[in-house]
Write a protein that binds this ligand. Structure first.
Ligand code: HEC
Ligand code: HEC
Ligand code: HEC
Length: 428
């Protein structure tokens, strides 16, 4: 009873706060004016490229569905979101939206009727996109065939289903602002920063979030857990890890092809490369790499608090068992010394995926195996077989502990109970 009362009081207080604090900016959003373009074909082509780099299609297309017609379910800790139709259909899509309406969605996180949008649509990053680029994306979206597909409602948990609370969320956590180039830096660096923090929305996964789902600016790109997806996106800022101190060209190759000499992407990053980054122009991929390699190293997020502690004695047992399993089942590909085979099998020494504070990625790779994405520049990627059918939880814990503490790696040991909960994680 007391709890309900508290809820009512705090919701009431919030409502009052919103009305009182309402800034003129939101009441009357000053719309940066559209720049007329001479060549609409060129504008559409530019918009298509930017839409690819922004990965709009991945979220706004149901599995096997019409591109951009929405209907894809996105599971999060807050409930399931279903993406809307963004084709130019008049009845069910963006057909009757103006360029200004679209700009407000991208820049202010507001729908056509002014209601605030949930930041699962990454407008907290897209807000950095310039008006001219947003107009180009919209010109492209208007050029695709309209598809009639009514929007489906989200299925969110209380209180997240109360959309009006997003007024308060935006007020506290969201500052709309177009990217301002840093005159001290090169043109390429600025282009990289613009793409990473704007269209590319890399921070949507690679930055830690607070309990309200807001990115923590202090740890921008220092690594983050994907909400409810049980994956960890490693730090992208410069650290001594070999996979990241690699030359910018290696990193650019990884982004465009899905593999580089020592690494290949998997899990959600494989989807990002497949749907989006493989289309990057080489100079843009290099600009992104240039920018990422210049970032100061920040504190990575701590290991999840609920990870079991492993005693020294048990670590010793895990290491012995892990060494045996590794030599039997893994060394043929990843090599006895963990160095992998260049361009074919990833190196496991000095590997951000293996060394991450959370062992979740390594556990899931051993359980489910994986494939790097098939891209235009790497159409036949190598794969890794799943070990979940033959490995017990303690086998997985042993081989993951072995990887985390061999070849110069120095990360915490992993207990079998931390493996158990990822057995049921969806394989994608
Ligand atoms: C990570 C997934 C994701 C990506 C990437 C994404 N969106 Fe969305 N988008 C959503 C979701 C979910 C919603 C619904 C938000 C809500 O209901 O508040 C949405 C809402 C929208 C809306 C508002 C529609 C309406 O009817 O109010 C527009 C416009 C939109 N997205 C366009 C885009 C464009 C353009 C891109 C690429 C530049 C893009 N989205 C990329 C998930 C995504
Ligand atoms: C949907 C979530 C998501 C988005 C968006 C995303 N990433 Fe990732 N990324 C991941 C995950 C998860 C991994 C870990 C798996 C792997 O290494 O392939 C990863 C891994 C990486 C790695 C390998 C890191 C290492 O040292 O091993 C790089 C580099 C990278 N991402 C760059 C980017 C860039 C640049 C962007 C934006 C253009 C981006 N990512 C956007 C989820 C994401
Ligand atoms: C048939 C060859 C093969 C075998 C056997 C194999 N792997 Fe892999 N492994 C790969 C390939 C290829 C990838 C990259 C897959 C991807 O990108 O989705 C990979 C990726 C990984 C990764 C993710 C690291 C990264 O940077 O991409 C880990 C961790 C890993 N393997 C550990 C193991 C362990 C532990 C074993 C034994 C239990 C094992 N592998 C057996 C081929 C193999």
């Amino acid at each position: 009873m007391k709890k309900i009362f508290l809820w009512i009081v705090s919701l009431g207080a919030l409502a009052v706060a919103i009305v009182v604090l309402w800034p003129a900016y939101y009441g009357n959003p000053s719309v940066e004016t559209s720049v007329p373009v001479a060549d609409s074909t060129a504008q559409i082509a530019r918009g298509r490229y930017l839409a690819q780099v922004s990965d709009c299609m991945a979220c706004h297309t149901a599995r096997g569905g019409t591109p951009f017609a929405g209907g894809r379910a996105i599971k999060t800790a807050y409930g399931t979101f279903v993406t809307p139709n963004i084709t130019p259909d008049v009845g069910t899509g963006l057909g009757s939206w103006s360029t200004d309406d679209f700009w407000r969605a991208m820049h202010l996180g507001r729908s056509r009727d002014g209601h605030p949008l949930y930041p699962v649509f990454p407008y907290t990053d897209y807000t950095h996109i310039t008006r001219a680029d947003a107009d180009a994306i919209y010109a492209y979206l208007r050029s695709i065939p309209p598809a009639s597909a009514p929007n489906q409602p989200h299925a969110l948990h209380f209180p997240y289903d109360q959309r009006w609370l997003m007024y308060a969320w935006q007020r506290v956590y969201f500052t709309p602002a177009v990217y301002q180039p840093d005159p001290q830096q090169s043109e390429a660096w600025n282009r990289g920063a613009y793409l990473v923090n704007g269209a590319g929305h890399c921070g949507a996964c690679h930055t830690s979030r607070n309990a309200m789902g807001s990115a923590l600016s202090k740890s921008a790109l220092a690594g983050g857990f994907l909400v409810a997806q049980d994956w960890y996106a490693p730090a992208l800022d410069q650290t001594p890890s070999a996979s990241r101190s690699a030359a910018a060209s290696e990193l650019a190759t990884l982004l465009r092809t899905g593999t580089s000499a020592r690494h290949s992407v998997y899990g959600p990053m494989s989807e990002v490369v497949f749907g989006s980054l493989q289309y990057l122009r080489n100079e843009d991929a290099l600009a992104i790499a240039d920018y990422l390699n210049s970032l100061p190293q920040s504190e990575p997020p701590p290991a999840p608090a609920d990870m079991a502690k492993v005693s020294r004695q048990y670590t010793g047992e895990l290491m012995r068992r892990g060494a045996q399993l590794y030599h039997n089942d893994c060394a043929a590909c990843h090599q006895v010394n963990g160095a992998g085979v260049r361009h074919i099998y990833p190196a496991l020494g000095a590997n951000a995926s293996v060394l991450a504070p959370s062992p979740v990625n390594a556990i899931r790779m051993v359980l489910n195996g994986g494939f790097a994405p098939a891209t235009a520049l790497n159409p036949r990627p190598f794969g890794m077989p799943p070990f979940s059918p033959s490995y017990s939880d303690s086998d997985v814990a042993a081989v993951v502990t072995y990887m985390r503490q061999s070849w110069g790696n120095d990360a915490s040991a992993v207990a079998p109970q931390d493996v158990a909960r990822f057995r049921s994680a969806p394989v994608d």
